[in-house]
Design a protein around this ligand. Structure first.
Ligand code: PFF
Length: 451
């Protein structure tokens, strides 16, 4: 990239921008449905352990790579060692896979906002409402196009800064509202069962799939293993403390995910009447459960409308950051103009998003091992490509450029307190775990071997 890189103003600016990318549908929509599906407390425990080890080490590494080289993913790896530029290339494919289906979910959020604003909250709480909506051929596509169109328009007009400003105000409100809804959920009659399920680990529910799903979720939620944090790091000033910035982003991101789980999982127990299969609802869980919570609340229509508006903002800041990344990769890689690259990314994303949306209705026959088309894209990026990128990044840092190279970068502002943890995780723990988990879970997903 030839133009001068602008920097974030200070630590707060950096942490807020990175948190804006990190906190999104991954926290509010994806985390709760995975936690519900993969055993509640055991998933939460595995996730937290991974967050303070893998997540911490990988985020430090990626931001340090970006800041050291001043480059985004593809060029950063090339700058450090030409032979390893392929890591940046695989990493760059991931946001392109995520953006289309992320926008399908963003479309669902837009629909629910519209339903609540137009006073349809009660209907949205009815059994089968969500399933009926996503199975329609045209309507969900309309919402998807609206969401991706809005994202694309913001990126084209270059008004991200404006959206970020608004979202800096919206995000704290979202956190407060999530706390309010979570407290309400927890105290509904019958909710304690769900609180227990979410907070107490049941070790008999532990499997390689739990770890792979938690790991994929960690990468997804913290925007790791896809080059994004490298790009953010390239904009970070040298005098900002990298280690404590990473801690803050992690605490914020994990905090929001934790609260979202608390808001949704106990409510699943309340409304399912003890039917355990309700926990395995997958991507629809938030859309099925929350309207019922709002319907049971006084003022629930207004609270629901505000909630979906805030979630829409969180989703937009993330989808904008995804699209920006893909557009700049296309510009760098093919040397196309910004407008041309933008148009190509837009058309590609619409083309890939359409089957994801149709996969719940017209194309529902296309499924592998129970996965819809959207689930397949999600699985390919989160459970296959991201662990592979994370694995190569660890090997690259641990054995090619050596941890010391990044530790020096991290120590520009003082002692790196978790240096030993960083080194051990990057060199040994992460690579071994990722290899084992990747193999066993892929076999499991393909139905070849049951673990
Ligand atoms: N981290 C985002 C979330 O949790 O919703 C997803 C995401 C956004 C991934 C932006 C990557 C990205 F560039």
């Amino acid at each position: 990239m030839s133009e001068k890189r602008s920097s974030f103003t200070g630590k707060i600016g950096f942490v807020l921008a990175a948190a804006g990318s990190a906190v999104g549908l991954g926290n509010i929509w994806r985390f709760p449905y995975l936690a519900a599906k993969y055993g509640g407390g055991i998933f939460l425990l595995v996730y937290l352990i991974l967050a303070v080890t893998f997540g911490f080490a990988l985020m430090c590494a990626e931001i340090a790579i970006g800041r050291k080289t001043g480059q985004s993913a593809i060029n950063a790896f090339t700058t450090l060692n030409k032979k390893y530029s392929f890591i940046g290339v695989i990493a760059s494919v991931i946001p392109a896979i995520i953006l289309p289906y992320y926008s399908v979910i963003g479309g669902w959020v837009s629909k629910y906002l519209a339903v609540f604003v137009s006073g349809g909250a009660h209907e949205a709480a009815a059994d089968g409402y969500f399933e009926g909506f996503i199975a329609k051929p045209i309507e969900p596509i309309g919402w998807f196009l609206l969401f991706i169109g809005l994202t694309a328009l913001i990126v084209l007009l270059g008004v991200e800064k404006g959206v970020e400003k608004v979202s800096k105000f919206m995000m704290p409100v979202l956190v407060v509202l999530t706390i309010v809804i979570a407290v309400y959920s927890m105290f509904m009659p019958g909710a304690m069962e769900g609180v227990k399920y979410y907070l107490t680990p049941d070790f008999s529910k532990f499997s390689a799939t739990t770890v792979l799903s938690a790991m994929g979720q960690l990468f997804y939620s913290m925007s790791l293993a896809m080059g994004i944090m490298i790009t953010y790091g390239s904009y970070m000033k040298k005098d900002v403390n990298l280690e404590s910035s990473v801690r803050q982003i992690e605490i914020f991101d994990t905090g929001v995910a934790f609260l979202a789980g608390l808001m949704i999982i106990p409510a699943v127990f309340v409304f399912s009447g003890g039917d355990e299969s309700a926990l395995g609802k997958g991507p629809g869980l938030m859309f099925i459960t929350l309207p019922k919570v709002f319907d049971s609340m006084t003022g629930g229509t207004v609270i629901g409308a505000v909630f979906f508006l805030l979630v829409l903002f969180a989703a937009l800041t993330s989808s904008i950051s995804l699209m920006e990344t893909v557009v700049s990769i296309v510009m760098d890689k093919f040397g196309w103009s910004r407008k041309g690259s933008w148009l190509a990314v837009f058309i590609f994303s619409v083309a890939l998003g359409l089957p994801s949306s149709l996969g719940f209705g017209v194309l529902s026959d296309i499924s592998v091992n129970g996965m819809t088309i959207l689930d397949m894209f999600d699985f390919a990026s989160n459970s296959i490509l991201m662990p592979i990128v994370a694995l190569f990044t660890c090997i690259f840092v641990g054995y090619v450029i050596k941890p010391k190279c990044l530790i020096e970068e991290i120590e520009l502002t003082g002692k790196f307190k978790s240096k030993t943890l960083f080194t051990i995780v990057i060199k040994y723990v992460a690579p071994i775990c990722i290899i084992l988990i990747l193999i066993s879970s892929v076999l499991d997903a393909l139905g070849i071997m049951k673990i």
